[in-house]
Design a protein around this ligand. Structure first.
Ligand SMILES: Nc1nc2c(c(=O)[nH]1)N[C@H]1C(S)=C(S)[C@@H](COP(=O)(O)O)O[C@H]1N2
Ligand SMILES: [Mo]
Length: 421
């Protein structure tokens, strides 16, 4: 079986609406669709003259951006669904829970487990009464079985990392993204203990994925194939705890994969099989399903032809505060900056297409890894009412920002005349 195909060709069920996350996808072909939808949001309408000077002051992400200021409230983002964040909705493969990102603060950079986004709920066919086992096979010298006791004995803190669903979108207020502090077992170190054939360049990691409700269309496990060097570079680990607690059933109890810096679709839940493979293996149905959303620029047939499903650097506003300062209204935009692997520098905001970019201030967070998010803020003093489209950008052409380039995370607001601007 060593050179066989690990999975059947993609089952049609993987492409059924049940699995679809909807929303604009950041592919070249959908760019036009996205721009149209931004247009139809209304946020880009009526953009005539340049707004008068936007004050680009050094902003502070503290609680008192202005001396003698009074916080009046928050502005709502336009054309995003009414908040239903933090509640588990739908069932089975359809299960969703999205995180209310407006609640991310300097003293709340981790998402409480009960608010951590859920992309698919625990499969109803998962038997939780049997002791969990992970079978290690394929191109290893000796197949082996890992138990939870094996994993628990070696579990170590792995630090804070965010996870973002590749299908994160406006319909969920971009809340298919959360951050937790993880514990687990480094996959590369674990695999080093299992001698393998020289042609074993990659590893398939599979999880339980059997739901009675969709068994006619989708019965195969959820799996991703990684190049061993990439998995090691990412510091991938088998996670057994988040925020100091055992995993919850929906988040993959008792064990899931976490690949810091890669999209959530790679972070297989309910892991039960690890198979060393060579470079000839076909992409799994899950890889095929997520090829476009992980920016593969096509749907490669072979797993080895996939680019790492990394999250590019991106940023978006999460909260807009309205302040009274003296007799005037002022605004403070607060947002998050995530993805990529470099220093959090060069981030800028603009408030309408074609307007100049303004620097934002990144909140210094000393020992936070690049796979976590950082907060930024910007004090904004608009001088006219109307619609604004808030977009972020990185002032460094050397940094890949595929989704920012598509305005994927742009958010609209409307200032009424009564906003006093
Ligand atoms: N077994 C299994 N693992 C899975 C999935 C799945 O459908 N089945 N979905 C993936 C996707 S698309 C995402 S975004 C993350 C979400 O993890 P969470 O629900 O714990 O947030 O799990 C990944 N792991
Ligand atoms: Mo996802």
């Amino acid at each position: 079986m060593a050179h066989g195909q690990p999975m059947k060709s993609p089952a049609p069920g993987r492409f059924s609406p049940v699995r679809s996350e909807g929303g604009p996808q950041p592919t070249a072909t959908s760019r036009r669709v996205f721009l149209q939808s931004a247009w139809s949001l209304g946020v880009a309408l009526g953009l005539t003259a340049a707004p008068a000077a936007l004050q680009a002051q050094a902003a502070h992400a503290d609680d008192r951006p202005w001396e003698d200021g009074e916080l009046l409230g928050h502005l709502d983002f336009q054309a995003e669904p009414a908040a239903e964040a933090g509640r588990r909705i739908y069932e089975g493969l359809d299960t969703r829970l999205y995180t209310d990102l407006s609640r991310v603060r300097a003293d709340r950079l981790l998402t409480p487990v009960e608010e951590f986004y859920i992309r698919t709920g625990i499969p109803d066919r998962l038997d939780r009464s049997r002791p969990w086992q992970i079978r290690i096979g394929g191109l290893v010298d000796r197949p082996a079985v890992l138990t939870m006791a094996d994993l628990e004995a070696r579990t170590a803190p792995m630090g804070p990392h965010l996870m973002e669903c590749a299908g994160n979108n406006r319909a969920f207020r971009f809340g298919l993204m959360s951050a937790a502090e993880w514990s687990g077992v480094n996959v590369s170190e674990l695999l080093a203990e299992h001698p393998r054939a020289p042609e074993a360049t990659s590893v398939l990691i599979e999880g339980f994925d059997d739901y009675s409700s969709s068994s006619t269309t989708s019965t195969q496990g959820s799996a991703w194939i990684f190049r061993l060097d990439q998995l090691e570079e990412a510091g991938a680990f088998l996670a057994t705890r988040m925020n100091g607690e055992g995993l919850t059933p929906d988040h993959g109890f008792p064990v899931r994969l976490m690949v810091p810096g890669w999209y959530g679709c790679c972070c297989i839940k309910w892991v039960n099989r690890i198979e060393l493979v060579d470079e000839n293996w076909a992409a799994t149905s899950q890889m095929t399903e997520f090829a476009l959303r992980t920016h593969q620029g096509g749907v490669p047939e072979k797993a080895a032809a996939f680019q790492p499903a990394i999250v590019d650097r991106a940023a978006m506003p999460i909260r807009i505060e309205k302040w009274r300062v003296g007799g005037a209204l002022r605004y403070r935009v607060i947002g998050i900056d995530w993805g990529g692997d470099r220093a959090r520098a060069g981030l800028r905001i603009r408030f309408r297409p074609g307007q100049p970019w303004q620097p934002v201030e990144i909140q210094p967070a000393a020992d936070v890894p690049s796979t976590h998010w950082a907060l930024w803020s910007h004090r904004w003093s608009p001088t006219s009412p109307g619609r604004y489209l808030l977009q972020l950008d990185v002032d460094d052409p050397g940094i890949q920002t595929r989704r920012l380039d598509l305005a994927y995370y742009a958010r609209g607001i409307e200032l009424a005349d009564t906003e006093g601007v």
